[in-house]
Design a protein around this ligand. Structure first.
Ligand code: HEM
Length: 401
């Protein structure tokens, strides 16, 4: 018989999407569901998924900040059958809390300060232009996600970290495998899945060993030379930077293009500061709609007492449309410059936000400058299939110069 904890996790795997969101239309537009839930009660227990959902801005922010009682769960705990690959990846700060997390983040933080990233502008432009050229090689219609929004940020973050260009495809495959394995943060997986990550771990181990012997101008070399982080921590954090920096950025780029097209803004963007408009994109269609936590003791969120050992889903996407925080929350107001939660808040707040804020306007400006018209085929566009992410699997576009 399976241990009870595994049974619980398996149920969560199958039920991780709330029932009312189980359709492509709802996954694309979950906002009415958020509104109804928030208006009924900002914290609710869902017996089907066995989780507590949190919907209001104040309480989501509160939950993100409260990392003493609401913790991130270790990755390897949910993958007990495959300790090797996952226990390596688990040493990344994102999976830890408390002093271990603080010690790692305080050393890593400075490498993502805007002043450390200034030199990247030109290479980001080059990558965006090259990828656009490749995408339009076979005609004016292309798949914006697969041919542009995925490879561009991937190439940027891999260059930052120090993964050689020729290995980019391999890395993308590993990222996709890893995401499949994770499926949801609290999923149970079979033994084969962990094995699929062993090659990725061996690759990262080798890369760190090589760079510590022969440093280059990249993050791995800098971390090996300048910090007290172990080689394991450097490799696992860099793997996580690639993972965290790729998907969320792809979603931001696709959501931005979709909104600009849908709101008829494409011809008017030069009236605004694109960086400010992108903050509204992040609020309006946040790449990460939810984050999961586990209670380590009984926690009071608003009126609700959540017992110890429970899963809490903090709905960032709902918080960012909360009328108590934002006027006319369902309107896209390009110059709103909102105080959103799209990059999280508190101890785990996004370390890559300055990089995202640097690269997104450069990449999108390249697209806007290159074409007079951009049309999205809404018939064949496909939303992401997970409620925790908002974006597109497919976003077919036709452009004309
Ligand atoms: C539009 C782009 C991005 C969005 C919307 C985004 C969103 C977020 C959010 C919501 C969190 C908090 C997670 C939590 O509390 O559980 C987070 C954390 C994180 N992000 Fe980002 N992110 C983006 C880009 C990036 C980039 C480019 C990197 C590359 C380094 C990155 C690396 C990380 C890491 C390492 C963490 C974990 C920080 C920690 O645990 O202390 N992100 N991100």
């Amino acid at each position: 018989m399976e241990p009870e904890s595994n049974v619980k996790r398996t149920q969560q795997l199958h039920n991780s999407i709330p029932e009312p969101l189980k359709s492509p239309g709802r996954l694309h537009d979950p906002f009415e569901w958020y509104d109804n839930k928030r208006a009924t009660a900002p914290v609710q227990y869902d017996p089907k998924r066995d989780v507590y959902d949190v919907f209001s801005y104040d309480l989501v922010k509160n939950g993100l900040q409260n990392s003493n009682q609401l913790i991130r769960k270790n990755l390897s705990e949910s993958h007990l059958n495959t300790p090797t690959a996952f226990s390596y990846i688990d040493t990344a700060m994102v999976w830890s809390d408390g002093p271990a997390h603080k010690a790692a983040k305080s050393q890593l933080f400075k490498y993502f300060r805007p002043s450390m990233l200034e030199g990247l502008t030109e290479s980001i432009e080059t990558i965006a232009n090259q990828q656009l050229e490749t995408a339009t090689n076979n005609g004016p219609t292309f798949e914006f996600v697969e041919e542009f929004a995925v490879p561009v940020p991937l190439r940027v973050i891999m260059d930052v970290v120090g993964v050689p260009q020729e290995d980019h495809h391999q890395l993308l495959e590993w990222l996709e495998t890893f995401r499949e394995v994770m499926y949801s943060e609290y999923s149970a997986v079979g033994p084969a899945d962990g094995a699929a990550m062993e090659d990725a771990v061996a690759y990262m181990r080798q890369l760190v060993a090589d760079r510590s012997q022969e440093p280059k101008n990249d993050l791995i070399s800098q971390l090996a030379a300048e910090t007290e982080l172990s080689y394991e921590e450097i490799g696992s954090n860099c793997f996580d930077f690639i993972l965290a920096g790729q998907g969320t950025m792809s979603e931001l780029l696709s959501n931005a293009l979709y909104i600009f097209w849908n709101e008829n803004l494409l011809g008017e963007l030069d009236e605004y500061d694109l960086s400010v408009v992108l903050e509204e994109v992040l609020r309006y269609r946040s790449s990460l709609q939810s984050r999961a936590r586990e209670t380590v003791e009984s926690v009071r969120l608003g009126e609700t007492e959540i017992p110890s050992g429970e899963t809490v889903i903090l709905w960032i996407g709902a918080a960012n449309r909360d009328p108590a925080q934002f006027d006319r929350p369902h309107e896209f107001i390009p110059d709103r410059n909102p105080d959103h939660l799209a990059f999280g808040n508190g101890p785990h707040a996004c370390i890559g936000a300055p990089l995202a804020r640097l690269e997104a306007p450069i990449i999108l400006q390249t697209v806007i400058d290159q074409f007079d018209t951009i049309t999205i085929d809404t018939e064949t566009m496909t939303p992401k299939s997970k409620a925790s992410k908002l974006g597109f699997e497919h976003l077919p576009v036709t452009v004309s110069a």
